[in-house]
Design a protein around this ligand. Structure first.
Ligand SMILES: NC(=O)c1ccc[n+]([C@@H]2O[C@H](COP(=O)([O-])OP(=O)(O)OC[C@H]3O[C@@H](n4cnc5c(N)ncnc54)[C@H](OP(=O)(O)O)[C@@H]3O)[C@@H](O)[C@H]2O)c1
Length: 390
């Protein structure tokens, strides 16, 4: 039986992780659950899975939860200290990091330091601190298992290559990776046609049901930009070995082109449960009843080049990935700020890429930033954009 902590248990990835636990009750023991403020959902999860500890980041909501759960022997924690305690719980073997945003960084580092294996959904961790995380993974001899479907597909395509926690030891045999992208709801549109787009339009993803933030990121192609930076660290690649391939059907979840010309990829229906389950059971494959792929029914798969002209956040991501340092943090933080403004109706759709560009241009890049410098770059980016929006 594997003991797990789920950080971000109430979100899209978190609830799908718990679906897998529900399907394989005898394989997993849930030790800790954490979220931001969703009291009702985490209470229901706590009653069902009976963890030792639950945490809500929001202090007031955590107090409310403590009252609601007083009939059960469950400790209720709050804040960053609470998240870190959940991540480092002595019984936990695997931490699923399914929180959205840079808030995931410190608990993930804490979990690795405590020797936990990581099922990584929180892409912001590698985007902003890949240069700190990857050496730590090797030092602590823990496994970093990708949950993002594209990274899981690449990871699955690399099975058989040397694995040292992450997979970068075998990368001399990789010519490049082909990171697939559906192109989102606005594929084929020009900037002029995207001018009046509302949050409701952008939240209508053609293939994937996901949390709000990542759905907006898919519509701007920022999500693919972040995934390129995540992949680069996870698989120990040079920026020029990362290629984005538009594939509107989202059936091929990504592929690896090897030095001998072989292209190996993983296909499946667009569902996150397969990559989550693969990470949770790695290296074993387990049956999954739903989500069977029927290629006879699908018939045709299309592949295209990305449209850098109309999706400028993607070309900017290439530049940011090449320069590295603290710039990926600025790219990510500016996007987090801009997406929240867009969702509140205070910024237009094209303003998301515009604000990322502005923040990246203004930033004085720091190479090999420390954790403190990363968190400071995030704070300064928020201050810059808040200031200029007034
Ligand atoms: N959804 C997908 O299909 C998918 C695919 C690949 C990668 N990812 C990545 O996985 C991560 C999660 O995405 P998602 O779509 O599952 O997001 P989501 O549905 O918005 O859920 C986010 C989760 O994070 C929690 N959270 C937010 N702020 C927190 C804080 N300060 N402290 C503790 N918990 C906090 C939320 O708690 P509350 O509910 O209480 O707010 C919720 O449980 C992201 O990094 C995303 O890029 C997602």
């Amino acid at each position: 039986m594997k003991s797990i902590t789920v950080l971000g248990s109430t979100g899209s990835i978190g609830t799908q992780t718990l679906n897998i636990v529900r399907a394989y009750r005898s394989e997993f023991k849930v030790e800790a659950l954490a979220a931001a403020k969703n009291v009702e959902k985490i209470e229901a999860q706590a009653r069902e899975f009976l963890p030792q500890v639950v945490c809500l980041y929001d202090e007031e909501k955590a107090s409310e939860l403590r009252v609601r759960l007083r009939d059960l022997p469950i400790r209720v924690l709050c804040g960053m200290d609470g998240l870190i305690s959940c991540a480092q719980l002595s019984q936990t073997q695997l931490v699923v990091t399914a929180m959205v945003g840079m808030i995931g960084l410190r608990p993930t580092i804490a979990a690795i330091e405590a020797g936990k294996d990581i099922a990584l959904a929180n892409k912001e961790t590698l985007v902003t601190a890949g240069h700190l995380i990857m050496p730590l993974i090797r030092e602590k001899k823990v496994a970093l298992l990708p949950v993002d479907s594209e990274h899981s597909a690449i990871f699955q395509s690399l099975q058989g290559l040397p694995y040292d926690g992450a997979v970068s030891e075998g990368n001399a045999q990789i010519a490049r990776i082909l990171l697939t992208a559906s192109g989102g709801p606005f594929r084929g549109k020009t900037k002029a046609q995207m001018r009046g787009i509302t949050p409701a339009d952008a939240l209508r993803h053609p293939n994937w049901a996901m949390g709000k933030k990542i759905t907006i990121d898919s519509s701007t192609m920022v999500n693919k930009g972040l995934e390129m930076m995540e992949a680069r660290w996870l698989f120990g690649l040079k920026p020029e070995q990362v290629t984005v391939l538009i594939h509107p059907q989202s059936i091929l979840h990504s592929a690896v082109e090897f030095v001998d010309g072989a292209v190996v990829g993983q296909m499946g229906v667009p569902s996150m449960e397969l990559p989550i389950q693969y990470a949770m059971f790695y290296p074993k494959r387990m049956p999954m009843q739903a989500h069977k792929l029927d290629l006879f029914q699908i018939g045709t798969l299309q592949f295209e080049k990305p449209d850098f002209e109309n999706f400028p956040a993607l070309s900017l991501a290439y530049e940011v990935m090449k320069q590295g340092g603290s710039l990926p943090t600025v790219y990510n933080a500016a996007n987090e700020w801009a997406v929240s403004q867009f969702l509140k109706g205070e910024l237009d759709f094209l303003g998301i890429a515009g604000n990322i560009q502005k923040a990246v241009e203004k930033h004085k890049n720091i190479s090999n930033p420390s954790l403190a410098e990363i968190l400071n770059a995030e704070k300064e980016t928020y201050e810059l954009l808040e200031g200029s929006s007034r």
